[in-house]
Design a protein around this ligand. Structure first.
Ligand code: 13P
Ligand code: SF4
Length: 397
C-alpha cells in the first residue's frame, strides 16, 4: 500500500543556516559560478503537448547508440522512463566512465553529477544536462574561494600537512580539483566509510566537504569516533569559528554544509511514524541529521534503499527518509509492503525536479537535429586534478 502523504511543505527550523542563495533564483540569472545555471536558451515544448512521450521516444530512437541517458533515482517518473540506466551518484559515475562509445551522455540528475561524468568520459564525448538550472544547494555551500581560505586557516594552524580532504560527490568540479591537488579523494554515500578508512591511512585528520551530516554520521557510526572528535568549520566565520586548539585536536573537520531536503527529517518524524505504525522499519539516507540516523533502523544511499526494499519480506512496514520521487517509486514497486514517507510533508528536491519531460524532449530533439545544447564542460586544469580525486575513489577497495 502506498500511503505517501501529499500535504503541502512546511518550513521547519534547522540547526543549520539556510543556503545564502535563495531558491527563487533558480534558472533566472543565477550566479554563473554556482551550481545553478542560466536560463534555458531553447524553445521548450509545451508541458501540455500530448505527444511529449512519443517525441522523446522518437528522438532517442533516431540517436540510437550515439546517446546514453543516465537517470538519478530522484528524477521524475516522466524522465526516468527514458533512462538507459538508473542509479545513485556512485553507480552513475561508473556507468558514465564505462560508456566510451556514446557520443552524448544525457545526464538526468544535477549539475555536479554531469560535471563528474564529463571528467570521467573522454574528450570527444559530450555531456548534456537538459536544464542548466538543475543544481544542488548543498554543493553551492562550499565555494572554491571559501575552501582555499579554509586551507590557509589549516596551514596557519600548522596542520595542513596532516589533513586529508575528503569531498562528497555533491560538490563542484573546483572542490573536487582542490581535493585531488591536496592528496584527497571523493566519496559518495555508498563508499564514505571506505574513503575515510583510506584517508586515515594517508594522514591523521580529515577535512570533510561539504556535507557535515554524511561526514559526522560516517565517522561516528562506521568508524566508531565520538561526536567530540568532530568539529564544525563555518566558512562564514573568521577561522571557521574554531580555535587553533580545536582544529588541532579534531579528527574530523566537518564543513558546515547540508542538504535542504534531507535536513527536513527530524527526530519527531521518527517518533511520530513509530507511534502511527507499530513495527515500522525506519530507513534513511546518511545526509539526514545525526539524531535521525541514530534513531533509524537502516541507513544507506539511494541504491541501498532500493536493495533493502527488494529484499524485505511481504507484509513488512517501512518509513523512508529520502527524496519523494524515489520513495513513491519504491512504494509502487512493492504493493505487498507498506511503504510511507518518513515525514508528513512533501519533500521533493526542487533542483532534481527541474529536469522534466519538456527539457528532456528539447535536449534529445536538439541532439538528433545536430545541435549540441547545454553541454557541461569542465576546463582542462580543473579536470586533471578533479579526475585524480575521482579516480582515487573509483580505486577504493
Ligand atoms: P546518492 O549518492 O545516494 O545517490 O545521493 C545523491 C544525492 O544527491 C542525495 O541527496
Ligand atoms: Fe543536493 Fe539534497 Fe537535492 Fe541531493 S537531494 S541534489 S544533496 S539538494
Amino acid at each position: 500500500m502506498c500511503v505517501v502523504t501529499t500535504a503541502q511543505p512546511r518550513t521547519e527550523s534547522l540547526d543549520v543556516q539556510p543556503t545564502p542563495l535563495a531558491l527563487l533564483l533558480l534558472g533566472r540569472e543565477a550566479d554563473p559560478r554556482s551550481e545553478r545555471g542560466v536560463e534555458c536558451p531553447g524553445d521548450l515544448p509545451s508541458p501540455s503537448d500530448p505527444d511529449l512521450v512519443e517525441r522523446a521516444r522518437a528522438a532517442k530512437e533516431k540517436l540510437g547508440e550515439r546517446v546514453f541517458v543516465l537517470g538519478h533515482h530522484y528524477q521524475r517518473d516522466e524522465v526516468i522512463q527514458f533512462a538507459d540506466v538508473t542509479g545513485d551518484s556512485f553507480k552513475l559515475a561508473r556507468e558514465a566512465a564505462a560508456r566510451p562509445d556514446a557520443e552524448y551522455i544525457v545526464f538526468c540528475g544535477v549539475h555536479f553529477m554531469a560535471e563528474s561524468a564529463d571528467i570521467l568520459t573522454s574528450a570527444d564525448q559530450k555531456v548534456v544536462l537538459p536544464d542548466l538550472a538543475a543544481g544542488c544547494s548543498m554543493a553551492d555551500m562550499a565555494t572554491a574561494e571559501q575552501v582555499a581560505e579554509c586551507w590557509d586557516v589549516l596551514t596557519d594552524a600548522g596542520i595542513a600537512e596532516r589533513v586529508v580532504p575528503v569531498s562528497y560527490m555533491n560538490s563542484s568540479a573546483d572542490i573536487k580539483a582542490f581535493t585531488g591537488k591536496h592528496g584527497g579523494t571523493i566519496c559518495t554515500s555508498s563508499n564514505a566509510k571506505k574513503a575515510l578508512d583510506w584517508a586515515f591511512e594517508q594522514g591523521e585528520q580529515v577535512l570533510f566537504l561539504p556535507d557535515q551530516h554524511l561526514g559526522r554520521n560516517t565517522a561516528v557510526r562506521d568508524l566508531g569516533m565520538s561526536l567530540d572528535d568532530c568539529v564544525l568549520y563555518n566558512p562564514h566565520k573568521p577561522n571557521g569559528g574554531l580555535t587553533v586548539e580545536q582544529l588541532r585536536a579534531a579528527k574530523m573537520i566537518l564543513w558546515r554544509g547540508h542538504c535542504s531536503v534531507h535536513g527536513r527529517f527530524s527526530i519527531d518524524s521518527v517518533r511520530d511514524v513509530r507511534e502511527r505504525i507499530p513495527g515500522v522499519n525506519v530507513l534513511v539516507h546518511p545526509e539526514c541529521k545525526h539524531e535521525v540516523v541514530t534513531a533509524a533502523d537502516y541507513v544507506g544511499s539511494t541504491e541501498y534503499i532500493i536493495k533493502v526494499l527488494d529484499a524485505a519480506p511481504a507484509g513488512s512496514k517501512w518509513a523512508i527518509g529520502t527524496e519523494l520521487n524515489l520513495v513513491r517509486r519504491v512504494a509502487q514497486a512493492h504493493p505487498d509492503k507498506e511503504v510511507v514517507f518518513l515525514d508528513r510533508t512533501v519533500c521533493f528536491c526542487s533542483t532534481m525536479n527541474r529536469i522534466d519531460l519538456p527539457h528532456l524532449v528539447w535536449a534529445l530533439e536538439s541532439l538528433a537535429e545536430g545541435n549540441l545544447v547545454n553541454q557541461i564542460q569542465v576546463d582542462s586544469e580543473t579536470e586533471s586534478f578533479a579526475k585524480l580525486a575521482l579516480e582515487r575513489m573509483l580505486a577504493l577497495p
